[in-house]
Write a protein that binds this ligand. Structure first.
Ligand SMILES: Cc1ncc(C[n+]2csc(CCOP(=O)(O)OP(=O)(O)O)c2C)c(N)n1
Ligand SMILES: [Mg+2]
Length: 599
């Protein structure tokens, strides 16, 4: 049967590369591709999102949650441009995503034609590993196969550009002649283990250490059991960079939790007091939260030799797969007889959870508002099994990272490295479509909801039928604090400026009622004692829920322990006339007090 290039493309990505869903938005630059869905629509879903950026976030989330390639599609010019932020999210967090985009007809390329954008140049940074035109039908197979293989092999986004006329041309195989290329599908993951002499050097460092700190990231995802074993042998604690939050459950006694501004005090204590640092599959960037250079001897494990040795002056850099490398190390490690460092950390961890529980129960600074920590604390108390959750970027990220415990089997994802606003709800939608039998919760601020969440909620309404009769739990938590709160605190604490009202304040919006208008359930809480019941209701709902919590913007998303310079900046901001200074000082002091009074 004769087929055109578009039909061939859908068939190959479906049958050979296992793609069953493409997130996208139409335009005349991809009409040929869309036409092919008439034949393949029952094998590949075209999931039409409100905005191409949502499609790119959803494809990235699909990759993050499932480990498979995420695919998005957009028209030439403006549609392709809208994908960029979501693709950068994939690039910075190392996710395999393929973007399929249209272009004007070949004969008018270079004519300054309508919607003409130099897509290869524009995508060359974000899809640095592979961006290619399909210039003739004979090239189709090779460009598809390379785009998928490179995405998987380099864990990065890649891009296929299809001129409109090529999309509709009859497909033909490459001719059997000089210059033709024939490709195949499939790529396997190798075992990657460092050489014995390098394992021996690492062993010496790790066996010599007395106080070992372990820091893991998403690169340790396939090595959870090995990390536990190494932590036990070395008598160390394990801190987790945010992208690695679901690598190990937070309720293990030696897991110190997150690290950095959004992290925990036990992680900070561990980094400040360790004499040895073992980093596994992480590119955590903030040096001030790692041991001082020279304080600790370091070993790093990373699959990518380009990225290793790039965060701490480590002594041994082991390029290898986390699991393979730890398996090679484990038989060489001596179990440390002195468990005092570990015991100290376990005490700190236990105390930290109690501090968090107490912080969560503080009242908000004014009536009619909720302490945001309580919202996450109560969710944690009722946390459903097998939860898949996404956080947006904002103050919610702090509370989500600290108060909501990762459990065995749960999946957590966020825009860890790009830290862009808006992925929260697109991620949750992609999670629910990939795992309709699991509960899904998105957490975000009112700013992010107003930026792209309003649109994405329409997608949730549109696609909820796909999880009809499966697990009904889909909750969108919106922290309504009328503020771009995370940045407000950054202005105060990092820059030492008072809050700039004109840049920070947000307009009113009726979040819960808006959700109701889309046929969902809207729940609105305005005081702490409503929160637990509201979660019970939300988690039991038979429909998607928007959980609007009117939260107190004056509860500081404080770093685990405010550093001296930051405290000074904050006091500077207060002195130079932040309108809310009385309430803030009250809230900050309350938070700190728990640290001093909780034993
Ligand atoms: C696309 C984008 N724009 C701006 C920022 C900077 N930024 C980070 S968090 C934040 C505030 C988010 O506000 P909101 O969603 O209301 O959450 P809140 O911090 O108030 O809880 C901003 C503006 C960003 N990370 N991404
Ligand atoms: Mg806000």
């Amino acid at each position: 049967m004769s087929q055109n290039v578009s039909q061939y493309l859908l068939k190959r990505v479906n049958e050979e590369w296992g793609v069953s869903r493409i997130y996208g938005y139409p335009g005349d630059g991809i009409n040929g591709l869309l036409g092919a869905f008439h034949e393949f629509g029952d094998k590949i879903a075209f999931t039409q999102t409100r905005h191409e950026e949502i499609a790119a976030f959803a494809a990235t989330a699909h990759a993050k949650y499932t480990g498979d390639v995420g695919v998005c599609m957009a028209t030439s010019g403006p549609g392709a441009i809208h994908l960029l932020n979501g693709l950068y999210d994939a690039k910075l967090d190392h996710q395999p995503v393929v973007a399929i985009i249209g272009q004007q007809k070949r004969m008018s390329l270079g004519a300054n034609y309508q919607q003409e954008v130099d897509l290869q140049v524009l995508f060359k940074d974000v899809c640095a590993e592979f961006v290619q035109y399909v210039m003739t039908p004979e090239q189709t197979q090779l460009v598809i196969d390379r785009a998928f293989r490179v995405a998987l092999a380099t864990r990065s986004p890649t891009c296929i550009i299809l001129p409109a006329d090529v999309q509709e041309s009859p497909y033909s195989e490459p001719p059997r002649m000089h210059g033709a290329v024939f490709t195949s599908t499939g790529v396997t993951r190798p075992h990657v283990t460092p050489r014995n002499e390098d394992i021996a050097r690492a062993t010496e460092v790790l066996n010599a250490g007395k106080k070992v700190a372990i820091l893991i990231g998403q690169g340790a995802k396939n090595a959870a059991e090995e990390v536990k074993e190494v932590a036990d042998l070395l008598g160390g604690g394990v801190a987790k960079a945010l992208n690695g939050k679901d690598v190990l459950p937070d309720d293990l006694p030696f897991v110190t939790g997150g690290i950095g501004l959004l992290g925990t005090k036990p992680s900070n204590e561990m980094m400040e007091n360790c004499d040895t640092l073992l980093m596994i599959g992480t590119g955590f960037p903030y040096a001030e939260w790692l041991p001082k250079p020279g304080q600790a001897r370091g070993v790093q494990i990373d699959i990518d030799g380009r990225l290793i040795g790039n965060r701490y002056p480590t002594e041994v850099n082991l390029v290898g797969d986390s699991r393979d490398t730890l398996q090679a190390l484990i038989p060489q490690l001596q179990r440390k007889a002195d468990r005092s460092f570990r015991e100290m950390l376990e005490g700190e961890i236990d105390r930290w959870w109690r501090i968090l529980g107490e912080r969560a129960m503080d009242d908000a600074s004014e009536d009619g508002m909720v302490n945001p920590q309580r919202v996450f604390h109560e969710l944690d108390q009722q946390c459903p099994d097998q939860l898949i959750t996404a956080s947006d970027s904002g103050s919610a990220t702090n509370w989500w990272a600290r108060h909501l415990k990762a459990r065995e089997g749960s999946k957590f994802a966020l825009s860890g490295t790009l830290a862009t606003m808006c992925p929260g709800l697109p991620y949750a939608l992609a999670a629910k479509l990939a795992y309709p039998d699991r509960p899904v919760i998105a957490c975000m601020g009112d700013g992010a909801f107003q930026m792209l969440g309003i649109n994405t909620l329409i997608d949730v309404a549109k696609y909820q039928h796909e999880w009809q009769g499966r697990n009904p739990t889909f909750v969108v938590l919106v922290l309504n604090n009328h503020d771009l709160n995370q940045v407000t605190w950054e202005q105060r604490v990092l820059a030492g400026d008072p809050k700039l009202e004109v840049s920070q304040e947000l307009p009113d919006f009726a979040y819960a009622s808006y959700a109701e208008s889309l046929g969902m359930r809207g729940i609105r809480v305005t005081s702490g004692d409503q929160v637990a019941d509201a979660w019970r209701e939300a988690l039991a709902s038979d429909r998607p829920v928007l959980f609007e919590a009117v939260t107190d913007p004056e509860v500081p998303p404080l770093p685990p322990h405010i550093r001296f310079e930051q405290a000074k900046s904050m006091l500077g901001a207060m002195a130079s006339g932040d309108e809310n200074r009385g309430r803030i000082i009250k809230e900050s002091i309350k938070g700190k007090l728990h640290e001093f009074t909780t034993r």
